[in-house]
Design a protein. Structure first.
Lengths: 365, 365
């Protein structure tokens, strides 16, 4: 019995991926061993890792001058690893603050360089992304950093900022990578923890332009030096092999997705848009529920909402659980509810949730 | 069909652990979700992580004044993370060089402090551990570092060195943790990549004395600051949840092991000793095979050996493969063969290998 899992991450994975993983657990395709037991230097695992990388490159149309790295430590580690690799002798980095994750990135980066918060949504209570006309960007910054989707606050960029010339754009895409098409060429570096749209926690994806490699800080741990990792095809240290295998199965699943004439990431984007419209529509349909983010900046992935009285929260969650809808409790820092509707959440899950939302509002309005 | 997997790491896991993981893949004990899909903040995953930690604490009799941390990055990352955390204002660290892994640790640490190689087995071609009487240890060193088992060279300490007063002992136990009883109280810090005796690659175990926490280098990434990780019960950043779950299943498997009146790690130690005696005995029984390490320092985990002529290597590996014995090729830096006989390798696997060794020697001597 499988439930609809709205967890913000680690999060739902496609059922067919898990079924395949279960089938192959003891014997991967006649090898006589589990993928977990394979040497990372073996021909078998080499083929798994190479296919995962090639499929990801294809899904996101990653240009050839970008490296795809499989790393460890998640976005929180990248908050330090990015400045340790990307300052390249410069001393300043620019950050846009759009919520909880931006704030964490800024705090960590400030330990390594002169960080300017070029714009902040704090005044609005992180209910909107500050318009780019107000960003105080510096042409001498080593990079401009954004969080493409704020998992906790539920804000998402629907556009790509243009930094000053020679300032590469760095984006934390942990919670929206592969959920919509992107033009990788507009970014200098993209990073993402895997545990939302890609696979198990413990794998971090980094997509980085060749030009940004080779100037790491003297104290950057070698295992997190992008150039060393790139030169060794992500096997400078033993990579999280099983997580890469699951990610590869997810990439294959994405490639198989269809919506009308669309396929792959474009198909998921269309489906995600439909799911988000359906859910926000249900929340907007009654004054019972409250959302905070302005319409233009609403996240398609993470939908925080609030009941009229927090005293109803426990009853809402209990009723949801009875309907096999789980993982809906909001983040402790903001309270309320949150529905995360990543790639693996089917339309049927969102439909079940919206039906419950309407029912609960009728009963308690 | 499962083979006998002598891979040095990632390495064989107990079949019953993989069977349980396959059974629970889509629905962990009625939760309706895979462990891979659980929020690390959920009650379900909390119970998994707490039990894994408690079981490991019990298996190794870890005293209460030590923290057990679940981290990421493997031993190669720890080569930097250890000095970033343990210098505590001191500027020197002492290292014993016993082979390939020590050499890597030394090279990385030298980027952070004044490293002294207090003794080296290089002169002997890494065939013996230098006797402690010759170690030039410094009483002002921040710590003394050893590699408890050299995975590539096949050397293992059968004793615990005593550093100068106030110098904590740090040990890389990646390839022999949980294979023999240890007195944790004699160490300041123990670290181990999981992918040999514990579970999937991507999980790193750190066992550290409370007194060593709280003085990390200013540039230590927060995600790798032992004190922050300890204060957050290894959930400062999202931990590698599925790898922790598998490690927990392995800990339960270890607890169930019996050899006569012995149980747990003591039972595995007895079994590992028997396996090692059997294998070294077969290699010593004929002049056909050559081993390099002196008897006293031979590893119980990794057994490198050489055929009289490297031209026979391919034929040896082919015949092994026909007998379902895989992963026997030696590390590229030393050549020859290597049989890794970690906890999960059953006695039957070593018996099958020794039978093949005798047969191959008869045919080709």
């Amino acid at each position: 019995m499988r439930v609809h899992n709205f967890s913000a991450g680690p999060a739902a994975l496609p059922g067919e991926v898990l079924e395949q993983a279960a089938r192959e657990m003891l014997d991967w395709r006649g090898s006589g061993v589990s993928v977990m037991e394979m040497s990372h230097r073996s021909a078998e695992f080499g083929s798994i890792a190479q296919k995962a990388e090639a499929d990801l490159r294809s899904l996101l149309s990653v240009p050839s001058e970008y490296r795809i790295l499989f790393m460890q430590g998640g976005a929180l580690a990248e908050n330090a690893i990015v400045p340790l690799n990307l300052l390249r002798g410069r001393v300043q980095a620019d950050y846009v603050n759009t919520g909880s994750w931006s704030t964490k990135s800024i705090r960590e980066a400030a330990r390594y360089c002169d960080v300017r918060e070029v714009a902040s949504g704090a005044d609005s209570g992180f209910t909107r992304i500050p318009p780019i006309e107000q960003w105080q960007m510096r042409p001498e910054a080593a990079y401009l950093h954004i969080c493409a989707n704020e998992t906790i606050d539920g804000l998402e960029y629907s556009w790509v900022p243009e930094p000053p010339r020679d300032v590469p754009l760095v984006a934390d895409m942990s919670s929206n990578i592969l959920s919509r098409r992107i033009d990788v060429a507009r970014f200098g570096l993209i990073y993402a923890g895997a545990q939302k749209n890609i696979g198990p926690a413990g794998l971090t994806i980094v997509i980085v332009h060749d030009d940004l490699l080779g100037a790491a800080h003297a104290l950057c741990p070698s295992a997190f030096n992008y150039q060393l990792v790139a030169q060794n095809q992500s096997m400078y240290n033993t990579p999280p092999t099983y997580a890469i295998y699951i990610a590869g199965l997810v990439f294959e699943w994405i490639s198989r997705q269809r919506e009308g004439a669309l396929s792959g990431v474009a198909a998921l984007e269309a489906r995600n848009l439909r799911k988000a419209h359906l859910l926000y529509g249900a929340l907007d349909a009654t004054p019972f529920y409250r959302t905070r983010v302005v319409a233009a900046d609403r996240s398609r992935m993470n939908v925080p909402f609030f009941l009229p009285d927090a005293a109803l929260d426990a009853r809402f969650l209990e009723g949801a659980r009875e309907r096999q809808l789980v993982g809906l409790k909001g983040h402790k820092t903001v309270g309320g509810m949150r529905a995360s509707i990543y790639n693996a959440m089917p339309l049927a899950g969102v439909e079940a949730l919206t039906a419950y939302l309407a029912e609960f509002a009728r009963l308690h309005a």
